[in-house]
Design a protein around this ligand. Structure first.
Ligand SMILES: CC(C)(COP(=O)(O)OP(=O)(O)OC[C@H]1O[C@@H](n2cnc3c(N)ncnc32)[C@H](O)[C@@H]1OP(=O)(O)O)[C@@H](O)C(=O)NCCC(=O)NCCS
Length: 186
């Protein structure tokens, strides 16, 4: 099946909010749950407008339906402006088809296009599908917040992962059976 990936505009705001709510309701390894209070739509929209220069969202569409997203936020202050922090999600029924990989690649392309130095993200350690995806695209674990998350199954660590975009370490890694086998020359 063919998916379309595009930069979200203001007119996609409603669909994006709905998607994020659905992903929060169904995802086991996200900090926010359906029970958490969320910003009002008006407040969220105002934030989108205020921060639109440093926040970019790609959405994946299946015949017009928004099924996945990645938001890349560049640092607010001058000294951290070269860092792009990403957060992403794909509807449960659309996972495992390469949409997450495509979204993350597009966010990286954008970051490189803007001359960013690094990308970073936070992920629950037990979120194995997500960790595998990030490792596949060259992210490495940089730090750990021990037992920062309480889930019905016990505590989980949140790990920080990052990727440098303008050094050799940033070159894509070849992964086989979840293991890095070689670096592909940049
Ligand atoms: C993490 C997430 C965005 C990945 O999206 P995705 O579209 O499933 O990603 P892909 O299909 O590109 O790749 C996921 C990897 O998991 C594997 N996978 C296979 N079946 C899968 C399934 N049913 N569900 C999830 N991943 C699966 C894929 O094999 C792939 O690895 P590979 O490329 O080595 O084969 C998605 O699982 C998600 O939205 N999870 C809930 C929200 C979340 O955890 N967000 C990240 C917070 S840090």
């Amino acid at each position: 099946m063919q998916y379309q990936v595009k930069l979200a505009g203001l007119r996609d705001f409603g669909a994006l909010m709905k998607l994020q709510k659905q992903i929060a309701n169904e995802a086991k390894h996200l900090a926010i749950t359906g029970k958490d209070r969320r910003d009002s739509l008006l407040y969220a929209f105002a934030k989108t407008l205020v921060h639109r220069k440093r926040v970019h969202t790609f959405i994946a569409l299946d015949e017009g339906k928004v099924v996945g997203y990645i938001t890349a936020i560049s640092g607010k202050f001058l000294k951290v402006r070269g860092t792009s922090y990403v957060v992403m999600g794909v509807l449960a029924s659309y996972r495992g088809r390469g949409i997450g990989t495509e979204l993350l690649k597009r966010a990286e392309e954008l970051a490189r296009g803007h001359g960013m130095h690094r990308m970073e993200l936070e992920v629950f350690e037990k979120n194995e599908d997500a960790v595998r995806l990030y490792e596949k695209l060259g992210f490495v674990t940089e730090g750990r917040r021990r037992e920062a998350i309480k889930t019905p199954d016990g505590y989980d660590d949140i790990i920080w992962m990052g990727k440098l975009l303008d050094e050799r370490v940033a070159s894509p890694l070849r992964v086989k059976d979840g293991k890095v086998t070689e670096r592909i020359a940049a």
